[in-house]
Design a protein around this ligand. Structure first.
Ligand SMILES: NC(=O)c1ccc[n+]([C@@H]2O[C@H](COP(=O)([O-])OP(=O)(O)OC[C@H]3O[C@@H](n4cnc5c(N)ncnc54)[C@H](O)[C@@H]3O)[C@@H](O)[C@H]2O)c1
Length: 374
């Protein structure tokens, strides 16, 4: 770590908006950092582009596995600065082995994601996406656009951390019943009127199920053939968390049978090669997402829940802070608070529950109300 020489950072998966927000925040913060913006995703095939840099800045769909980390170590990279909250794409055991520090942005704008989740719910329920296209096409029929009142319905939240809680808080305005399932209770969720139940009860009674838990080995394919069978017929699933929480082929069967009443997702199991790219002139090679796109009751957005001005600004600020403090350019050690280690996902971290204005307080329940089913 050094504070005298310029800290050279290779920014992978860089889009125009990353360039704009990181450049603008750097000029405001004035640290001795030089960003080089690289369009490719970080993968074993592109890792050599990190040669000559001291830090790699990566995003959601970059592949930071053992092979990449081993190569980064060889290239002398000592820090991976994630410009996102989730870190399921990082092999943290390998990162520890190769002594590469991984930092993230734990709290940028949970409001952005919560608001998008509710937007998806409303849009899908009232068929606004189809109505918009119809009316623009001169079709003013409302046949097939029937929705339901949210008022009086039951909304189930799998994961009641920052985003799950805030989504529930917005939904509480509809006058619905709120259920939660989380290994850690959030006192504010209960103050809102939310009730913690076993996963089976949540599945059996919820009209809308919204996923807000992180992707971990335990939550991988949390929504699968077995859990779908336990759902209330016609339940709608919303996923703004991580794609692999849902077994996509099982979901297709659930949608075909009508057991699942609708699906609104901002994340997709195999999104890495698809999302964030303009593939409109190409033949879509992923048959699963292609099939999902054929359902009238499926709505997909391409991982844009985080995408607000406030979130981009906060991501850039915290990412730069993580890099500058790790490089010894600041007197604080903020990178330590934002460091992710092998066990970080096991429980909500302190910073992950300190949402200003909401004062969330997770407490470990006497016994876990959430049994993860496979
Ligand atoms: N779509 C996007 O743009 C976007 C943006 C940011 C975050 N995310 C996703 O949202 C997720 C939630 O973020 P957050 O800030 O609320 O995290 P958080 O840590 O505040 O809350 C996650 C909650 O999930 C709980 N949990 C863990 N495993 C569970 C399980 N198996 N069943 C039920 N609950 C479980 C945890 O105890 C915790 O309370 C992140 O992990 C990330 O994957 C998506």
């Amino acid at each position: 770590m050094s504070s005298t020489s310029t800290c050279k950072v290779a920014v992978f998966s860089a889009k125009v908006y990353d360039r704009a927000s990181l450049t603008q925040q750097l000029s405001l913060l004035g640290h001795n950092i030089e960003f080089t913006f690289l369009e490719p995703r970080l993968t074993p095939a592109t890792v050599s582009l990190a040669k000559g840099f001291s830090v790699v800045c990566a995003f959601i769909n970059d592949v930071i596995n053992e092979e990449v980390l081993k190569e980064l170590d060889k290239l002398g990279i000592r820090q991976v600065a994630l410009r996102c909250a989730g870190f399921n794409n990082v092999d943290l055991v390998a990162a520890e082995k190769w002594k590469i520090t991984v930092c993230r942005v734990p709290a940028y704008s949970p409001y952005a994601v919560a608001e998008h989740a509710v937007g998806l719910m409303i849009c899908l329920n009232r068929n606004l996406h189809r109505a918009f296209s119809r009316v623009r096409d001169g079709n003013f029929s409302i046949n097939g656009l029937l929705g339901m009142d949210f008022h009086g319905k039951t909304f189930g939240f799998l994961g009641t951390g920052r985003i799950g809680f805030l989504t529930a808080r917005i939904c509480s305005g509809f006058g619905c019943n709120i259920l939660g399932c989380d290994p850690y209770k959030n006192a504010d969720f209960e103050k809102l009127g939310g009730k913690y139940v076993e996963m089976d009860e949540l599945l059996a009674t919820s009209d809308i199920i919204s996923l807000h838990c992180p992707l971990t080995p335990e939550s991988h394919h949390l929504i699968n053939e077995k859990t779908i069978a336990k759902m209330k017929p016609g339940a709608v699933i919303v996923n703004t968390s991580r794609g692999p929480l849902i077994h996509s082929r099982d979901m297709i069967e659930g949608l075909k049978s009508g057991k699942v009443g609708g699906l609104a997702i901002d994340v997709y199991e195999d999104e890495e090669e698809i999302f964030f790219e303009d593939l409109s002139s190409e033949v879509l090679q992923d048959d699963t997402i292609a099939r999902l796109l054929t359902f009238p009751n499926v709505m997909i957005t391409a991982h844009q829940a985080f995408f607000t001005k406030e979130a981009l600004e906060a991501i850039a600020k915290v990412t730069i802070g993580n890099i500058a403090s790790f490089d010894g350019q600041t007197s604080d050690d903020s990178w330590k608070q934002n460091q992710v280690k092998n066990q970080t996902h096991r429980r909500p971290s302190k910073e992950s529950i300190d949402v200003k204005e909401t004062k969330m307080g997770h407490a470990r329940p006497p016994s876990s109300p959430c049994v993860v089913l496979r």
